[in-house]
Design a protein around this ligand. Structure first.
Ligand code: PRP
Ligand code: URA
Length: 214
């Protein structure tokens, strides 16, 4: 990866994230445990992804005294879930920011070409006014993430962040070539892609593991 691309990637090394990710990766981890852990990691990645949200002063009164507190200011959030697997991370983000609007894009990779096919799109009309955080556990070839970001840019989105759990270096490069303005927050940049476009070592098919559809 070039220096430019590395500058756009935040790898979340927090011990809780890394610990939970290792359990997720294990092939014997059950569907129920996988789902619960992904929700918990969503909370932790959400904490990192929202670290730079702007604050403004607010006058409040505690039971003891008046004070100037802080509240979120300015740009509001839109979370973009890349179906299906994005739903696994979305729940943690929604718990952190209950007032966020939510957009969905349905994308499925063609197993032969590895190109994503879009089957659904629905988003709030004012995504141009919001910080848009796209979530999907896996960034493999990068095709799905690129298509999702292109879709919201076509509807006016300008401020965008992409959050995933595991990424392949090849996918990160392709993503930044297509969307150099979109930073990535990720729990692990893995070794490579295999011949079937799966991340190595990865965690297998995230959607199948969340929903038990293998
Ligand atoms: C998975 C994953 C990403 C995509 C990553 O979805 O959730 O969206 O593959 O691969 P890429 O970077 O090579 O595009 P999948 O197409 O399997 O659909 P699903 O979530 O419905 O299972
Ligand atoms: N999609 C997944 O769910 N896992 C991979 O490793 C690659 C694409």
């Amino acid at each position: 990866m070039s220096g430019d691309n590395l500058r756009q990637v935040t790898e979340v090394k927090h011990p809780l994230v890394q610990h939970k990710l290792s359990i997720l990766r294990k092939k014997e981890t059950s569907t129920c445990e996988f789902r619960n852990l992904l929700h918990e990691i969503g909370l932790l990645l959400g904490y990192e992804a929202t670290r730079n949200l702007p604050l403004e002063d607010v006058e409040i009164e505690t039971p003891v005294a008046k004070m100037t507190g802080k509240r979120l200011a300015g740009r509001k959030l839109c979370l973009l879930s890349i179906l299906r697997a994005g739903e696994g991370l979305l729940s943690g983000f929604m718990e952190l920011v209950p007032s966020a609007r939510v957009a969905h894009i349905g994308l499925v990779r063609n197993p032969k070409t590895l190109e994503p096919d879009e089957y659904f799109f629905k988003a709030p009309s004012d995504i141009d006014q919001r910080l848009n955080i796209a979530v999907d556990p896996m960034l493999a070839t990068g095709g799905s993430a690129i298509a999702a970001i292109t879709a919201i840019k076509q509807r006016g989105a300008k401020n965008i962040l992409f959050v995933c759990l595991v990424a392949a270096p090849e996918g990160i490069k392709k993503f930044h070539d297509a969307h150099p303005d979109v930073p990535i927050v990720v729990a692990s940049v893995d070794e490579r892609l295999n011949d079937h476009g799966y991340i190595v070592p990865g965690l297998g098919d995230a959607g199948d593991r969340i929903f038990g559809t293998k």
